[in-house]
Design a protein around this ligand. Structure first.
Ligand SMILES: C[S@@+](CC[C@H](N)C(=O)[O-])C[C@H]1O[C@@H](n2cnc3c(N)ncnc32)[C@H](O)[C@@H]1O
Length: 289
């Protein structure tokens, strides 16, 4: 065997071995009921990636819903703080407070709307219905109008007042001092808006701008008028309004959440309002939900 032969053998041997090996691998490939390991691994990796993606998106949606909850808690707390502020300061202070940072008004109203979702009925809707049954020529002043829903839903001319004008139709002012002419209005509305500690000056302003025979419509949170829970005695409140120069036309205590008191302005004014004993109205503080 010459070197050439050995080399040939070696080459054949190597070649044969490698052919055999290759054919073994080939046959095992064909026989194997499972996909090749590399493929297995690649599928696993792909699945793993998909699972990772799923996990990541689950985690991120869980953390974003946690963030949402935290944000809601913070804004709920902020709303309750602003709500308490409105109930425990004068109208003048409230105007200054919200004029300094009008964005607070949106925080307050987002929280207020959220609270209202839990009320089976909205008092503003009842006032709307009442107005729709009267002449559309009646001129209305909505004291503490919020988002001016009343003005947007009736045919009447409505002057809407609030601390911040978040709608072009709203006049920003402290409602104890509106720009309206005396005796120029047919209907004055206070829908859940007797909030300041000087609430009586809001009613006195309504008295000033109302025409004789004009209507004063008040919707207020029921608990503020429940003597059993340290609320005001509604009789004392009604007496005070009547002493100012009104007659009581309707008292509706049927709703669980709010009361409705409707008055008519007398033709002759009997008092300048100075000697009237107004009951204290406790703040309406909302619970954490
Ligand atoms: C509880 S919200 C009710 C809003 C609206 N009337 C309704 O029924 O949806 C009371 C509103 O009265 C406004 N308000 C409170 N004190 C005020 C004041 N002194 N002058 C003007 N608006 C006042 C608040 O800014 C708030 O928008």
């Amino acid at each position: 065997m010459g070197d050439g032969e050995v080399n040939r053998k070696r080459k054949r041997g190597r070649g044969g071995k490698s052919r055999k090996k290759r054919s073994n691998e080939d046959s095992s490939d064909q026989k194997s009921p499972n996909p090749p390991p590399v493929n297995n691994r690649s599928v696993a990796t792909a699945d793993g990636n998909r699972n990772d993606g799923k996990k990541k998106s689950q985690l991120s949606s869980r953390s974003s819903s946690l963030l949402d909850k935290m944000r809601a808690k913070l804004s709920g707390g902020h709303f309750r703080m602003l709500n308490e502020k409105l109930y425990t300061c004068t109208g003048k202070e409230a105007l200054r407070y919200f004029s300094d940072d009008p964005s607070l008004f949106n925080v307050y109203h987002a929280g207020y709307q959220e609270q209202m979702l839990h009320w089976p009925e909205q008092p503003v809707n009842i006032i709307m219905k009442w107005l729709k049954n009267k002449s559309p020529s009646l001129v209305v002043a909505d004291f503490g109008c919020g988002d001016a829903r009343l003005a947007k839903n009736v045919k009447n001319k409505v002057y809407s007042f609030d601390l911040v004008a978040n709608d072009p139709s709203v006049i920003a002012c402290d409602m104890s001092n509106t720009p309206l002419e005396s005796s120029s209005i047919d209907v004055a509305v206070f829908c859940l808006s007797l909030m300041g500690v000087n609430y009586q000056s809001f009613i006195q302003e309504a008295n000033r701008v109302l025409k004789p025979g004009g209507w004063l419509l008040i919707a207020e949170v029921k608990s503020r008028f429940d003597p059993n829970t340290k609320g005001a005695d509604p009789k004392v409140f009604i007496k005070a309004v009547c002493k100012l120069g009104f007659t009581s036309e309707l008292k509706d205590f049927r709703n669980k959440m709010f009361i409705l008191l409707y008055f008519k302005k007398k033709d002759q004014q009997s008092s300048d309002g100075k000697q009237i004993q107004w009951p204290e109205l406790k703040p309406c503080l909302y619970k954490r939900r």
